[in-house]
Design a protein around this ligand. Structure first.
Ligand code: SF4
Length: 466
């Protein structure tokens, strides 16, 4: 995935940028970047690998070295950003979050007209550099952003900083959010709405799909009209958005509580000792389920977070395997001899869930029932760099379908929750992953839990419908 934050102020912005960007760390694990602009020093930029150390540790030194009254920052799982550009549109810094499925075609088109790109290892083109090249095809920055939005297949949300101010542009279909905040003499734009709260900003509004605004310390003006269609990613609420964030006015934790309650309503008569969540996103769903069902909420295992916040990838496979295991600490009194019901955001590949269930049985659990807060993941996401299930055949549901029929001719039936084929697929997944029972959420209930018009939500990974 990735997350972005930017701010423009009459005062120095570096501290706001540092903390505002840091609050997006849950959205990516590979690189962090910050760029600032000041009249006396021009553009300054720092990019670091954050795979094995937190953003704050890596950027602590830069915080003391950088200064400016404007800045943009990112957490990126892909290319090093922000990109610094000098073109006929002037000098600017650019940071992006999204996915370009037709990058090869766009690159070839630009090269055939005399453009060029930096060569990277493996022949990969820097996505943010490609977006800059698209913007540079036009005579103004707003026109260039709209041109990029229209050319890109996938999604693209971005922040662009010139010497005069900051542009914020939301993806044309609004798959990812941008939220505007304001405090005296300053504006900010963020992927996560909670990221600016402790910095003294108040909520202004969500940017509309495709909308572009230009911000200075004293103004925030629309420079490109919005698209009237929206397809915001449903998984923002179900899984990867931060608990305290709101998108389109809907808080993540509240949606998860609603989601769990709706699951409990159609799960009458279940006999278990405790309801629990697979941390962290499963907890909000589990609290909703427990409150609705009256079954006690418990935490039968805890993730040891103090030293395991970042990914840790030792060279030896045996140590890597042990690492996943070392994060989970059981609470034996809540597991041994108990019938447990766990809520998770989704069952995508199933590998991690199989290991967790084995861990619970090894610690004496009598039964492990699983409830997924989303419908079966049937299609890999083609709009975002979303790690769970990049390709269809990574998905356990699709593997089961293939093992039943040898092909996808009945796929529509498997995507429909009241068919025999759907039930057979769910039973087989439960069998393969060693669950006592498994139920998935209904798409209609997920839509209800969010509460927006269903047409505004992207649910492609459950239905295959765009
Ligand atoms: S396909 Fe799924 S993960 Fe991707 S944007 Fe749509 S809802 Fe989100």
């Amino acid at each position: 995935m990735g997350g972005i934050f930017g701010a423009v102020s009459r005062a120095d912005i570096t501290v706001d940028l540092f903390f505002g960007t840091d609050y997006h760390t849950h959205l990516g694990a590979r690189r962090g970047g910050m760029a600032v602009y000041a009249g006396d020093t021009g553009f300054q930029r720092a990019i670091h690998n954050i795979e094995n150390a937190p953003f704050r540790t890596k950027f602590e030194h830069d915080l003391n070295e950088m200064h400016g009254n404007m800045g943009i920052g990112c957490i990126s799982d892909t290319d090093p950003q922000p990109e610094l550009v000098r073109s006929h549109l002037g000098s600017y810094a650019l940071t992006t979050v999204g996915r370009i499925n037709n990058a090869e075609e766009l690159v070839n088109d630009i090269i055939s007209h005399g453009g060029h790109f930096g060569e990277q290892s493996g022949g990969v083109i820097n996505q943010t550099e490609l977006v800059a090249a698209l913007i540079d095809q036009c005579d103004t920055i707003p026109d260039g952003i709209r041109y990029a939005q229209q050319k890109i297949k996938g999604s693209m949300t971005l922040l662009l900083m010139t010497k005069e101010g900051l542009y914020a542009a939301r993806d044309y279909m609004g798959r990812t959010p941008i939220i505007l905040g304001h405090k005296e003499g300053a504006y900010c734009a963020a992927f996560e709405s909670f990221s600016y709260m402790n910095l003294g900003y108040s909520y202004v509004r969500d940017l509309a799909p495709g909308e572009v605004v230009f911000m200075t310390p004293d103004s925030c003006e629309r420079v490109m009209e919005p698209n009237h269609q929206m397809k915001i990613c449903a998984f923002l609420w179900i899984y990867y958005g931060y608990t305290t964030s709101c998108y389109e006015g809907v808080n993540v934790e509240v949606m998860r509580n609603n989601c769990g309650a709706l699951l409990a309503k159609r799960d009458q008569g279940i006999d278990v000792d405790y309801v629990a969540g697979i941390p962290e996103s499963g907890n909000g769903h589990a609290i909703g389920y427990a409150n609705e069902s009256g079954i006690r909420f418990a935490r039968p295992f805890i993730k040891y977070t103090p030293t395991w916040v970042r990914s840790f990838t030792p060279a030896k496979q045996s140590v890597r395997d042990l690492t996943a295991h070392m994060k989970l600490i059981p609470v034996e009194q809540l597991i041994r001899g108990k019938k447990l019901l766990f809520l998770d955001d989704s069952v995508v590949r199933g590998t991690q869930m199989r290991n967790t269930v084995e861990f619970l049985y090894n610690n004496g659990a009598k039964e492990v029932h699983i409830r997924s807060a989303s419908p079966p993941s049937m299609f890999g996401c083609k709009f975002l760099n979303f790690s769970p299930g990049k390709s269809d055949m990574d998905l356990i549901a699709r593997q089961v379908v293939r093992s039943f029929d040898g092909d996808d001719r009945y796929l529509h039936d498997y995507c429909t929750d009241n068919t025999e084929r759907y039930q057979a697929m769910v039973d087989e997944i439960a069998h393969r992953l060693n669950f006592t029972s498994l139920k998935y959420h209904l798409l209609a209930d997920v839509q209800k839990a969010v509460g927006l018009d269903p047409d505004m939500l992207c649910t492609y990974c459950f239905t295959g419908e765009e």
